[in-house]
Design a protein around this ligand. Structure first.
Ligand code: OMP
Length: 323
């Protein structure tokens, strides 16, 4: 049976593009022609902010949906506006799916097992209603914090099995201080991120799909290529979500170790670098404000080329792909 890893790999292959755009809208960077009309219509309210975000996201999604297999909305940028923000998140998820994109909800959720179940139901599965149950936020995959241990992860694994979904478990995160805890060595001489990798590999073992990958993925930052090399060996059947390319300093060469030798097994994220490309070189002033999304499209195309060139250079370009 096809699992979510198969679906993701199929879309990556169809578009010959192992990258994802992060929809992390910051209201003060949304072009004025969008914020102004929402301010006029709804005043300085959460509703105005949420509607501006939805408009902004839809334009980006329209501009990139032919190039990219997936989007990754980070829920923090939505939740901060309360119920209106969560509405904007949900409308973004639904719209991206309508456009044929795979949606990775970046929620980094977890808790003790019994509470994690509510997160798993809300984001991936079905929530219990007064009568029966129904899907709620309904992303295809979400990011999960595995550092509470396996009991917190089991409800997400169950949701993956039951509803054909996927998760990416934080493993070696891209942030500057990720090593404070994740690089610590235990008595057996292994780092914490290596132990996490073994757990991720174990949890996904029985769930591999037609293409040999499990829907239980790992988050591995583009900012740590040396660690990525170690992790790739520990988890050959795990898809890596690789944030940290672009705004955080990771480059195309840095993400190459995240891919298997056949050029599959990873999907690289860029958020600010793509959605706010219109503000940055080399795209700045090349597009009219009303066409900011075209700068995002160009940045997404450039990112794809950058990654494919690096894969090719390292002999990892997937068979049949053009770079
Ligand atoms: P940019 O730095 O703007 O490309 O955004 C990176 C995105 O990836 C943000 O949404 C982060 O929350 C997310 N992220 C990381 O940057 N580092 C990680 O280790 C994990 C994530 C993530 O889970 O997506």
């Amino acid at each position: 049976m096809q699992n979510m890893a198969d679906k993701l790999l199929e879309e990556i292959n169809k578009k010959q593009n192992p990258s994802v755009v992060g929809l992390d809208p910051r209201i003060n960077q949304i072009p004025e022609f969008i914020t102004k009309r929402n301010l006029e219509a709804y005043g300085n309210s959460f509703k105005a902010a949420a509607n501006a975000i939805i408009e902004f996201n839809k334009l980006i999604i329209n501009a990139i949906s032919e190039t990219l297999p997936a989007v990754k909305p980070q829920i923090a940028f939505y939740e901060q506006y309360g119920p209106e923000g969560v509405r904007a998140f949900k409308e973004t998820v639904d719209y991206a799916k309508e456009k044929g994109l795979i949606v990775i909800g970046d929620a980094k959720r977890n808790d003790i097992g019994s509470t994690a179940e509510a997160y798993a139901d809300g984001h991936l599965g079905e929530v219990k209603m007064i009568e029966g149950s129904m899907p709620s936020l309904n992303a295809d995959l979400i990011t999960v914090n595995g550092y509470l241990g396996s009991d917190g992860l089991m409800p997400f694994i169950e949701a993956c099995k039951k509803h054909g979904k996927g998760i990416f478990i934080l493993n070696k995160t891209s942030n500057p201080s990720s090593g404070e805890l994740q690089d610590k060595k235990t008595e057996e001489g292994k780092t914490v991120y290596e132990i996490m990798a073994e757990l991720i590999d174990k949890l996904g073992k029985d769930l591999t799909g037609q293409k040999g990958y499990s829907p239980i993925g790992a988050v591995v930052g583009a900012t740590y290529p040396e660690q990525a090399k170690i992790l790739r060996n520990l988890m050959p059947k795990t898809i890596f979500l690789v944030p940290g390319y672009g705004a955080q300093g990771g480059g195309a060469e840095d993400v190459v170790p995240c891919f298997n030798e056949d050029g599959y097994g990873a999907i690289v994220n860029s958020s600010r670098g793509i959605i706010f490309a219109y503000e940055k070189e080399p795209y700045k002033d090349k597009f009219k404000p009303e066409e900011f999304h075209l700068a995002s499209r160009q940045a997404a195309i450039d990112m794809k080329k950058d990654i494919l060139d690096a894969l090719k250079k390292n002999g990892k370009l997937p068979e049949g792909w053009n770079a």
